[in-house]
Design a protein around this ligand. Structure first.
Ligand SMILES: [Fe+2]
Ligand SMILES: [Fe+2]
Length: 354
């Protein structure tokens, strides 16, 4: 098993872009960040508070709010201008109370990250905090969530069920997004995928495996059991684990836990990294809970995938992101090697071409 964060660089302040590497001609760089919890507490009305929002509002005012700051997002924007990822994945909880004003503000933030074709968004439980009018909430992000070729594109999108799982192809990388967001009781923050999404996911994984893409699965709730407490869990994690065991996947990215997390799931593709990002607006915390983002450079090698990971962590004292570590995670035969035959799943150089 590999240790992804083992290599610390002395020149950690460098803004070297992974995409600038001379050997990266066919590489795709994918940035992963999560859980900004963009809030608009001034916009909340008394009527809004006659719901679960009351608990989220009080908790934000009394406990959580002081630990987050939107100013990190400005610093992030400047850092991304230096690191220049080809694509950015945002794994949910863009808002805090699912207020319409928060959705609008989050859209403005997304526009600073890039166009809908370069940024993929999946929602988190805070984006479905209560039952809300689609047109006042998620509709603001539709283009950032849609598949490249959405099914039933003739009819207007008016629910999350019409979007997920989404599939976006960028070079040799298939970005597959799931939605686990659902309104829950005030004390719960659970998520569910549901049978319909799982069925569609199985088809997408099979199809993209046949086409030999590097499959990146985006999901807000951690898919590995025990990562978060029972009240924050993915209720159908066992079903997803079983599906992945049969269908394989190359990399899983999640949010929700609010701490840097890595583990592995056994899949048809081998033991696959599951990587969790903390909140991108978290301040003054231990490093594993402070704002950070990840950049994966993914390129096809001779016999397996080459994946290089750079971790960039926010420094409150310097008010900028610094490179914490960089690690090659190729040559990991348990995860991305395909030399031993079909039991390891599809690979970049198996029969049929790339
Ligand atoms: Fe969150
Ligand atoms: Fe969450």
């Amino acid at each position: 098993m590999i240790s992804i964060n083992s290599e610390n660089h002395p020149n950690s302040g460098s803004h070297l872009s992974l995409a600038d590497s001379p050997s990266s001609a066919s590489a795709i760089t994918l940035a992963h960040l999560s859980d900004p919890h963009i809030s608009c507490m001034h916009a909340i009305t008394t009527r809004d508070l006659f719901s679960k929002r009351l608990f989220g509002y009080l908790r934000w005012k009394l406990v959580r709010g002081s630990g987050h700051s939107d100013r990190v997002l400005s610093v992030l924007q400047a850092d991304l201008a230096s690191t220049k990822p080809d694509h950015i994945a945002v794994t949910g909880d863009l808002t805090h109370l699912s207020l319409s004003a928060e959705f609008k503000k989050a859209r403005q933030w997304l526009q600073t990250l890039g166009s809908p074709s370069t940024v993929t968004v999946i929602p988190g439980n805070h984006d479905a905090y209560v039952h809300s009018d689609w047109h006042k909430t998620m509709a603001h992000w539709t283009e950032y969530m849609l598949s490249d070729f959405p099914q039933d594109s003739e009819h207007p999108i008016n629910s999350i069920d019409r979007i997920f799982p989404c599939l976006r192809i960028r070079g040799h990388v298939a970005i597959i997004g799931l939605c686990t967001a659902q309104p829950t009781a005030p004390h719960l923050a659970v998520g569910s995928i549901g049978a319909v999404q799982l069925s569609r996911l199985e088809k997408i994984l099979t199809q993209t495996a046949r086409q030999e893409y590097f499959r990146v699965l985006l999901i807000h709730h951690p898919p590995a059991s025990g990562t978060v407490s029972w009240r924050k869990r993915l209720t159908d994690a066992p079903a997803l684990q079983s599906l992945l065991a049969d269908s394989g996947v190359e990399l899983i990215l999640h949010g929700h836990a609010h701490f840097a997390h890595q583990c592995y799931l056994k899949t048809l593709s081998g033991s696959v990294p599951v990587m969790g990002a903390p909140s991108i607006t978290a301040l003054d915390r231990p490093a594993d809970r402070r704002a950070r983002y990840y950049i994966y450079r993914i390129s096809p090698g001779d016999d397996n995938w080459n994946v290089r990971l750079q971790v960039r962590v926010y420094s409150p004292s310097e008010n900028r992101f610094i490179r914490k570590s960089e690690q090659q995670i190729s040559d990991h035969q348990q995860s991305w090697g395909y030399e031993d035959g079909p039991s390891k799943g599809p690979g970049p150089h198996s029969a049929g071409g790339r």
